[in-house]
Design a protein around this ligand. Structure first.
Ligand code: NAD
Length: 464
């Protein structure tokens, strides 16, 4: 194999890009590949381009790198495109959140039941969803056989949208399932002897089966809850896998929520800061509180500053920062290797529910499930035992409907759908409040196109 062409859109997310480049350097079967780094921020792009080249030289691989601010150029001849761009950056998410808070929606209108993650915007994120379709439609034209690996959020809404409105093969990627390792570690189990399966939607996955040395390990979790849970304290705002919220969700639904699913419970855990602290621990109250999110934004800034520093200071040993013998933990490059070179591997991916993989969910909805990947393609595992009825009826179905409502609002441009979603939000006290907050968000300077889209309904326009 003489290598592939990989295009990374939003490559200025330097640490993420370097992790991918590092993995590519370590994957012999992909030697000779070329990587096109694409970002609209030239400063970030130049920095990550220098670093990627420097790292590949140090490791001694023959990867080729190009950089460009032009998405269409980047995807020319691509075999794989990874999208990790965030349109408008965190500044625009903050501005939308503030607009929501001015009208009584703490944490913004996009914080909704079963989706409280603070950069997973589904209602006010018109620009991001539109960008997803722009990439997909450009790929259909320029590199129709390439696969789109979607890392940018919202992965659930985004991959479902793209798979419905394009002919592309789109796959969503997330880290959430690594939460299984935290559960195993907390119980003192050797993860290599744990046989596990998760299923659901992105940020909404559940540990369907959990065996240790071939025996049901849920009783070990029950024992941990009995003896240890009360001593639990978070190390950082994202350390919530064994939090009281996770345990409470497990007790109610009968299976353990995994990864970011713990952040995505009902309002019970999110009414206010005191509730968040009770369920996600002191002092932050989890990642999706004002305190927790400020912590995250500081660490993101530190990570961007660090990448500029790594670029500026040539005396820093990049091999120490990104050890060549250790894979990053991101699944993307191993996924490509499995598909291209047949190095069969198990992943947890977001793919359309064809089959269906999860009975009871429409086949045109993207689900997050374990799969085996090889040269013949992606082979989903049978979900066994099935997801409990309570999870299906009280968690996944309402979450799926929220996805459908958000996509229908985006596709149709019918503002009344946004209003209707807010009418069902416990923070809404009057219809006027719901109307006013939407007008406030549409008036934000970066939402000019969104405003036009929602102001021109009803219209005769073809859907995307
Ligand atoms: P960030 O703002 O630090 O980086 C995003 C990059 O996108 C920036 O370099 C920016 O210049 C670039 N960008 C903006 N507009 C662009 C455009 N039109 N074309 C190309 N690039 C453009 O954001 P981040 O914190 O790195 O998050 C990026 C995305 O990844 C978010 O959607 C976030 O929610 C998501 N995310 C996903 C996972 C996962 O596991 N799937 C994990 C973390 C973050």
């Amino acid at each position: 194999m003489s290598g592939i062409k990989l295009s990374i859109i939003g490559a200025g997310s330097a640490i993420f890009s370097l992790r991918l480049v590092g993995d590519l350097c370590k994957t012999k079967g992909l030697s000779g590949s070329s990587v096109s780094l694409m970002d609209v921020d030239e400063k970030r792009l130049n920095s990550v381009h220098h670093l990627a080249k420097r790292y590949a030289d140090l490791v001694g691989t023959n990867l080729r790198f190009e950089k460009t601010t032009d998405m269409k150029r980047s995807i020319e001849d691509a075999d794989f495109v990874i999208n990790t761009a965030l349109i408008g950056g965190h500044g625009q998410l903050d501005a939308s959140r503030k607009a929501g808070e001015m009208h009584g929606y703490a944490r913004g209108i996009d914080s909704q039941e079963f989706n409280m993650v603070s950069d997973y915007y589904t209602l006010s994120n018109y620009n991001q969803l539109k960008h997803f379709l722009e990439i997909a439609h450009s790929m259909e034209e320029i590199c129709p056989n390439a696969r789109l690996l979607q890392a940018a959020n919202p992965v659930f809404e985004g991959t479902t949208l793209i798979s419905r409105y394009s002919d592309l093969k789109v796959i969503g990627f997330c880290h959430g399932h690594y939460g299984v390792e935290t559960v195993a570690k907390s119980l003192g189990l050797d993860i290599k002897k744990v046989n596990w399966q998760v299923a659901g939607f992105n940020h909404n996955i559940w540990l369907t089966h959990f065996l240790y040395k071939d025996k049901d390990a849920y009783p070990l979790l029950d024992q941990w809850i009995e003896e240890e849970a009360r001593k639990w304290k978070p190390k950082d705002p994202f350390d919530d896998q064994m939090s009281p919220a996770a345990i409470d969700m497990y007790k109610f639904y009968g299976r353990m929520p995994i990864g970011d699913s713990v952040r995505n419970g009902s309002w019970k855990y999110h009414y206010h800061l005191e509730a968040k602290k009770k369920w996600y621990g002191e002092p932050w109250g989890g990642a999706d509180s004002d305190l927790g999110w400020a912590w995250y934004q500081n660490s993101l800034k530190a990570s961007t500053d660090k990448s500029f520093k790594l670029d500026a200071d040539k005396s820093i040993n990049l091999l120490q920062e990104f050890p060549p013998e250790v894979m990053s933990g991101e699944q993307h490059i191993q996924f490509i290797d499995a598909l291209i070179n047949g190095n069969q591997e198990r992943f947890v991916l977001n793919i359309p529910n064809k089959g269906p993989i999860i009975p009871g969910i429409p086949e045109d909805v993207v689900v997050e499930v374990p799969v085996i990947v090889d040269q013949k393609g992606i082979h989903p595992e049978e979900i066994n035992p099935p997801l409990p009825k309570r999870i299906m009826d009280m968690y996944l179905t309402p979450r799926r409907l929220r996805m459908e409502w958000a996509l229908e609002a985006f596709v149709s441009g019918d503002k009344r759908i946004l209003q209707e979603i807010l009418i069902r939000d416990p923070r809404t006290k009057s219809f006027e409040q719901a109307e006013a907050v939407i007008e406030e968000i549409l008036a934000l300077p970066f939402n000019k196109e969104m405003k036009k889209h929602y102001m021109s309904f009803p219209r005769k326009q073809k859907r995307p």
